[in-house]
Write a protein that binds this ligand. Structure first.
Ligand SMILES: CC(C)(COP(=O)(O)OP(=O)(O)OC[C@H]1O[C@@H](n2cnc3c(N)ncnc32)[C@H](O)[C@@H]1OP(=O)(O)O)[C@@H](O)C(=O)NCCC(=O)NCCS
Length: 158
C-alpha cells in the first residue's frame, strides 16, 4: 500500500509537475489548484500518494458539498501506472464522500480515456451522459459517470 495523506500547498510544485506531464494543455493552473486547497476541509478533500522518498506519485481531489460529491481530479505518475495507486486514491476519496454523508458521486472522464473509465466502472460508477466539447482547448467529449452511495449495502462499501 502506498502512503496517502492530505495535500497541502507544500505539494503544489510536485503536483503541478505531474499535472502538466499527464494533462498537457488541459492542465489546471497552479493558482486554480491553490484555490482548491484553500477550500479544505470545508467543501474539498485533496490527497497525495507518496513514494518511499516522499515524492508525490499521485493525487486526487473530491468536491463534497451537501448530498452530492464530485471526483474532480485523479492522477498517477505514468511510471507507476498499474500498481493500484489510482484505485487506492479513488477508494480513499469515496470513503471521504461516505464520511460526509454524500448520497451520490459524479465525475467526468474523457471519452477516449478507456483506462480511467475501467477503473471507475470497477468501482461501481455507471455512465449517465455525455458532455460534448467539455474539455478545452481540445474540444474532447466527456463521459459523465455516477456512483450511487445510497444504494450500497448497509454492511459496508463494495
Ligand atoms: C487513470 C489512472 C489514474 C489510473 O491509475 P493507476 O494507478 O494506473 O490505476 P490502478 O493501478 O489502480 O489500475 C486501475 C485500473 O486501470 C486499469 N489498468 C491498470 N493497468 C493497466 C494497464 N497496464 N493497461 C490497461 N489498463 C490498466 C485496470 O482496469 C485497473 O483495474 P484492475 O486493477 O481492476 O485491473 C492513471 O492511469 C492516470 O493518471 N492516467 C492519466 C490521468 C487520467 O487520465 N486521470 C483520470 C482523469 S478522469
Amino acid at each position: 500500500m502506498t502512503a496517502l495523506r492530505q495535500m497541502t500547498t507544500a505539494d503544489l510544485a510536485g503536483v503541478m509537475d505531474l499535472e502538466l506531464a499527464l494533462f498537457g494543455e488541459e492542465s489546471w493552473s497552479r493558482e486554480m489548484l491553490a484555490g482548491e486547497l484553500r477550500q479544505q476541509p470545508g467543501s474539498r478533500h485533496y490527497l497525495v500518494a507518496e513514494d518511499e522518498a516522499g515524492q508525490v506519485i499521485g493525487y486526487g481531489g473530491l468536491l463534497a458539498a451537501g448530498t452530492q460529491a464530485d471526483v474532480v481530479t485523479l492522477a498517477v505518475a505514468a511510471a507507476r501506472w498499474g500498481q493500484g495507486i489510482g484505485s487506492q486514491l479513488l477508494a480513499a476519496l469515496l470513503d471521504e464522500a461516505r464520511r460526509r454523508g454524500c448520497a451520490e458521486v459524479f465525475l467526468e472522464v474523457r471519452m477516449d480515456n478507456v483506462r480511467a473509465q475501467r477503473l471507475y466502472r470497477d468501482r461501481g460508477f455507471t455512465e449517465i451522459g455525455i458532455r460534448r466539447g467539455y474539455y478545452q482547448p481540445s474540444g474532447a467529449d466527456a463521459l459523465v459517470m455516477r456512483l450511487d452511495l445510497a444504494a450500497e449495502p448497509v454492511d459496508g462499501p463494495r
